[in-house]
Ligand binder design. Sequence first.
Ligand SMILES: [Zn+2]
Length: 253
Amino acid sequence: MQLTCGQCGAPFRAADLHLDRGIAVCSACGGVQRLPVPITSDTPNASETTVKQKPQGDVPVPDRFTVEDNGQELIIRQRWFHWALLFLLFFAIAWDSFLVGWYWMLTSGPFGGNDGMPGPFKLVFFVFPIAHVAVGVGLTYFVLAGLLNSTVIRVADGILSVRHGPIPWCGNLDLPTDEIEQIYCQNKLHKSRNDDGHTTTSMQYEVHAVISGQKNKLVGGLHEADQALFVEQRLERFLNIEDRPVPGEMTAT
Ligand SMILES: [Zn+2]
């Protein structure tokens, strides 16, 4: 059985196929695709199959996603909320409270008056936690965005738009739909460093739209391949885009 990548044409290796999840992750180009349905490890060597053949059936709507499609307008909404944010929220509250307490102490607390410590000395105490203030602001912003924000992908009136809000965030986008050549999913190894200095890697998934051979990231940071494949499938169906290889994609040697 020879399965090839619908994006770059490279033959899939055995390790690329995740039959249990019905997907293939191309080790040549990083493309993520659904497998045609009746593929199991013991499928007879009938004919050459490429994943360009659309798998049957809908990718189910993943958790935290909603979709509205009235034929004129497609809206895919993804809430950012996840439970780990609650832990970060408590952490941010503790962090910020400490800093508020610190500055209260310096301004109106025991060391507030002019009869407190001498000016230059006091200045050090004001400046000392500046980096902590920056972390506190950044963390609080991140947590609030995670709790409140959604990503909305909307297709209507010839425009595909991506909006993150209500807390402002980068990555907003407007693309003319008639110039979109392809929508495809890509995996990306995400590296993060733990407190103890160890680097952990996790797989994240992104959805890109290709215009004039240029990739435009629509959504990223997805933890499940099915989330990316869901977005791809609904957009392709609404835009009537057939799956075809991305020109200029890396090919296997
Ligand atoms: Zn590929």
